[in-house]
Write a protein that binds this ligand. Structure first.
Ligand code: TYM
Length: 332
């Protein structure tokens, strides 16, 4: 079985629709065909300041949401990044292989650091992508299921894997991104020129899965479209409507072509009303299941303990090989 690895940050509390459609939904599907490793990346979270109590509870909340979305600890390895110390250890080695300029060219770093002053931008944020490289290489992942915004980080991973292998002999699998074209970039409902993200300029454009369903329905109904009236998939000319069609298509399992047919001659309002209902029907049981997992912290802890144990077995092996290749004296 090919191996997949991916991660999600716990910082936002609720996952948003972009996280789910762009990544987590694929994680669930890949459990049956791949040897799957999924984690909540708390080490990445502290690259920007976090309140310790909030970080702890958001980490649990992220795990509960992943289980509610359909991750099954019997079919995948689900763990928290800081429970596996090898991530930080391999990241150090990778830091020493990464060019300063190379790291400086990472667009997510450039975007995030541009919004802060240089003294509130941490060195951790700068090396964030290198930690991600270590995450992926530790598990010898063949594929990395993510949204389109993570493509550059997977490219860096490939470059560093090849660089290490070239310098020290074959050690790491060179991973490929696993990005589904349709859902690679779910757009902000108020500003379909940008991706949906937790740092959206207005909360009205961001659909959080754990939001009150009524609020979600309202956001969908007030989504920005265009001045035409035809319900047609055309991401260039009609990004707003196309985004709604994509979301509807994935959540209902209906092709976009079939949706276009069924909405022929109908107004945007019809699509929005139906999508609002579909969203609420999806989010309501998701929210309930998340709460059930949160209400049972013992089960959650035991899932994470088993996950960390499985993950460490793989990670420790890769780290030991790496240390040997680099020339570290073995500890006796
Ligand atoms: P994070 O937590 O920002 O996002 C989690 C996943 O959601 C995807 N995503 C989207 N997909 C489509 N449309 C959107 N609007 C949208 N917004 C977010 C992201 O692409 C991501 O797949 N750096 C990663 C976490 C990470 C990681 C890893 C991923 C750490 N280590 C190793 C893969 C492998 C991140 O910040 O994801």
């Amino acid at each position: 079985r090919p191996r997949v690895l991916s991660g999600i940050q716990p910082t936002a509390g609720s996952f948003h629709l972009g996280n789910y459609l762009g990544a987590v939904r694929q994680w669930v599907a890949l459990q049956d065909t791949h040897d799957a490793f999924y984690m909540v990346v708390d080490l990445h979270a502290i690259t920007i300041p976090q309140d310790p109590a909030a970080l702890r509870s958001n980490t649990r909340l992220a795990v509960a949401q992943l289980l509610a979305a359909g991750l099954d600890p019997e079919r995948c390895t689900l763990f928290v990044q800081s429970h596996v110390p090898e991530h930080a250890q391999l990241a150090w080695v990778m830091n020493c292989l990464t060019g300063f300029g190379e790291a400086g060219r990472m667009t997510q770093f450039k975007d995030k650091s541009a919004k802060q002053g240089s003294d509130s931008t941490t060195v951790g944020l700068f090396t964030y992508p290198v930690l991600q490289v270590a995450d992926i290489l530790l598990y010898q992942a063949d594929q990395v299921p993510v949204g389109g915004d993570q493509r550059q980080h997977v490219e860096l991973t490939r470059d560093l894997a090849e660089r290490f292998n070239g310098r020290f002999g074959h050690t790491f699998t060179v991973p490929a991104p696993y990005i589904l074209k349709e859902t690679a970039k779910i757009l902000d409902l108020q500003d379909p020129a940008v991706k949906m993200s937790k740092s959206a300029s207005t909360p009205k454009g961001l659909v959080n899965l754990l939001d009150d369903p009524k609020a979600t329905a309202k956001k969908v109904k007030s989504a920005v479209t265009d001045t035409e009236t035809v319900i047609r998939y055309d991401p260039e000319a009609k990004p707003g409507v196309s985004n709604l069609l994509t979301i509807m298509s994935v959540l209902t399992g209906t092709s976009v072509a079939d949706l276009e047919k069924s909405y022929e001659g109908k107004m945007y309002g019809a699509l929005k009303t139906d999508l609002a209902e579909v969203m609420v029907d999806f989010a309501t049981p998701f929210k309930d299941r998340t709460q059930e997992y949160l209400d049972d912290p013992e089960t959650l802890d035991s899932i994470l303990a088993k996950g960390a144990e499985k993950a460490r077995a793989v990670a420790a092996e890769t780290l030991a090989q790496t240390y040997a290749k680099v020339g570290f004296l073995p500890a006796k």
